[in-house]
Structures are given as C-alpha cells and as structure tokens.
Design a binder for this molecule. Structure first.
Ligand SMILES: Nc1ncnc2c1ncn2[C@@H]1O[C@H](COP(=O)(O)OP(=O)(O)OP(=O)(O)O)[C@@H](O)[C@H]1O
Ligand SMILES: [Mg+2]
Length: 257
C-alpha cells in the first residue's frame, strides 16, 4: 500500500484538484484506493459525492471507532468510482485538537505522540487498499503533520504566479524536519499548478522552481479543469487531444503511477 499526501499550507493552489485526479487515475487502473479527506472544508468529500453531518475521523484516530465505521463508498457515475473508498470530512474535524488534549494519556500509551496516530491506523489497513490518497487543509496543523508522518510521498501543488520561493522553502524546511525525525522515507515533488504559460513571469518562475526543487511537469490553468471538479468528471474522461488530459498523463508518467 502506497500512501500519498497532497499538501501546501497555502490555500487555493489546487490540492483538492490533484488529489481528485490522482485518486480517479489510480482507481481507473484498477487499484483499490482509499481517499482520506483531512480538510474540514470537505471539498474532496463532496467532489466524491459524499456529504455527511459529522465526521468520525477524530474518534477513529484515537481508536474509539473502527475503520469500517468511518469508511464509505465514493459516489459517482463513472466506472472508476467503484474502486474508491472515502473517509469523509465535515466541520467537526475542528474538534480534533480538543479530543487530542482530552485523550493525551491514551495517545501517549498507544502511539507515543499524536502525530503518529494516523500512521498507526493506516498500518492496520495496509492489506485492504493499494493506495491511500490524502487531501489536506491549507495550514500546517495536526492533520497535515499526521499525514506527512504517515506518507510515502507528498505532492505539493504550487502556483507559479504568486509563489515565493522563500515561502516554499519555509514549508519544505518543516517537511524536512518531519523526514529527519519521524519519516526518513518521505519523498517530495512540487507540482506547478494553474500555470499560465503565456505570462513571461510565470515561465521564469517555473524555471527557478525547477532549479531548486524536484519538480513535475506543470498543470495549466484551464476552464476544463474547473469543470472536471464541478461536474465530478475526471480528466481521463476528457478527449485524448485535450491539453489538460495530456498534462495529467505526463504528470502520472513522471510520478511513475
Ligand atoms: N488547473 C486548474 N485550472 C483551472 N482551475 C483550477 C485548476 N486547478 C484548480 N482549479 C480551481 O481552483 C480552485 C481551487 O482549487 P482547489 O480547490 O483544488 O485548491 P485547494 O488548494 O484544494 O484549496 P483549499 O486550500 O481551499 O483547500 C477551484 O475552484 C478549482 O476548480
Ligand atoms: Mg482543498
């Protein structure tokens, strides 16, 4: 089972988009995919056709609720969806911090540190899925740190138009600390996202990005992509000649998945 997290503490950079396309791509190839929505905005859950009143993610993490009780099938018209299971989010994810404080003693006994809880829960599920894809919120909180501790790779969508290499370097420093202390196998890839190639400044920044980081082929800013999310129609369902589909095919090839 390979665990992949999509993360960036900056909002609106295309995290949910990449996580959705990745999950659908893997499911379309026949893999059993578990998607975990760790963002209380629950955008990934609604794109996968699921809206719930109250998420049980906090209770699952501390071991009060079993995996079967938090996982639901994804909903949608496309064939690939049947291979996707989802742990949906809701606003109650905000209770996570509170529950962690209340359960501090048990967490210490079970996992040593709260950051390791998700890794522990996923170890228990390792024979049930081929891939886990996690969407994370736009902040460096418990959800994101737990996801990074549990993951094999992290994909970092980054906008070329207004990213600052300084900001990204700061984020990468945090990721490096996690790699050094908790998860030596963690691999990072930057995915330039919503790139407008007609703008010179964006092309220049892309080049700078490529020089500083392990950088995947870019995903352009395309109306078609917005429609993909709003209509829950994965990019591989778009015509072969469509630019967006070609960009995603190039991305999967680069990532070797
Ligand atoms: N390549 C793209 N081309 C055009 N629009 C895009 C592209 N990728 C994402 N979008 C649109 O940009 C908006 C933000 O994307 P998305 O929700 O994936 O970002 P996010 O990083 O998950 O945001 P948040 O931090 O709020 O969770 C959405 O409306 C989405 O449809
Ligand atoms: Mg999102």
């Amino acid at each position: 089972m390979e665990i992949i997290t999509v993360a960036n503490n900056k909002g609106g950079v295309g995290k949910t988009m990449q996580a959705y396309q990745l999950a659908c791509h893997l499911a379309n190839k026949g893999s059993r995919v578990l998607v975990i929505d760790l963002d209380s905005q629950a955008n990934m859950s609604s794109t996968l056709g699921v809206q719930i009143q109250r998420t049980l993610i906090p209770e699952w993490l501390i071991g009060d609720v079993a995996l079967e009780d938090v996982v639901v099938p994804a909903e949608g018209v496309h064939e690939c969806i049947k291979n996707i299971s989802l742990i949906p989010a809701s606003r109650q994810l905000a209770n996570l911090a509170k529950l962690f404080i209340l359960s501090e003693g048990e967490i210490r006994k079970e996992a040593g540190r709260k950051e390791r809880l998700l890794r522990k829960r996923l170890e228990e599920a390792k024979d049930m899925f081929d891939y886990v894809v996690m969407d994370t919120p736009p902040m460096l909180g418990d959800e994101l740190i737990m996801a990074l501790v549990a993951s094999d790779r992290v994909l970092i969508p980054t906008q070329a138009q207004d990213y600052s290499i300084d900001g990204l370097e700061e984020l990468m420093d945090t990721f490096e600390i996690i790699k050094e202390t908790e998860n030596p196998g963690l691999e990072f890839t930057i995915i330039p996202s919503m790139v407008n190639n007609r703008r010179k400044i964006e092309r220049q920044r892309l080049e700078e990005l490529k020089m500083s980081f392990n950088c995947a082929p870019p995903i352009g800013n395309r109306v078609q992509m917005q429609e993909s999310i709003s209509l829950s129609k994965p990019m591989f369902k778009m015509p072969l000649k469509s630019k967006g589909r070609q960009e995603y095919d190039a991305l999967w090839e680069f990532l070797n998945i």
